[in-house]
Design a protein. Sequence first.
Length: 243
Amino acid sequence: MDAPRTPKSAKSEQTRALILETAMRLFQERGYDKTTMRAIAAEAGVSVGNAYYYFEGKEFLIQGFYDRMTHEHALDARARLAGQSDFAQRLRIALESWVDCAAPYHEFAAQFFRTAADPDSALSPFSNESHPARATAVELFREVLDGSDLGPKVDPELDELLPDLLWLHLMVVVLYWVFDRTEDTERTRAFVRRCSPLVARIVTLSRYRVFRPLVRDAVGLVRDFVLPTIGRSSVAAPDRSKP
């Protein structure tokens, strides 16, 4: 059982949440570039030093935003997934849930993306620092899979990696969404509607024997070249030259 939070820790969490919520509001009202940490602190009613205590700089608010968005997305998606068993439909619901949760922040998403896209940045969704939020999202996609009607239809080797692959698919959707300038990001929503059944068909085909060599080659590529780059993993690709 978790230990009860002390009044001090609860107040600290409230202050941090207040600073983050204030920053999100000011980013919407003034834009990311025109919003300073001093302005955020003033609007939140805290000292500048206190603001920097919780967030090392304005760019670190992006990490706070990412953490909160991932948590909100997981809660919203789980509520929508109740009673649904079709995998394609469950995947579509999870992706549409993200688009809906992120909608209020679309106007300054490109400014966020500019910082988060830096491969050397701790704020990248692929960094070690982003692991908690990333793990929450991957776990959601595990639930999308496990709660579906796929069951034995998925190749066992692919099943192990599929939640990570679905999270990477979400990153593709996010990138498309960032640059989508249609009303209510309708092109992104149409992309999700079109690609979800396609992904489901590809996953289902993996169970057929004729496709298993291809699946194993794909799984090997992901394990050797993709997963080691996520979170700056120290896991090296296996040495294929050894017997």
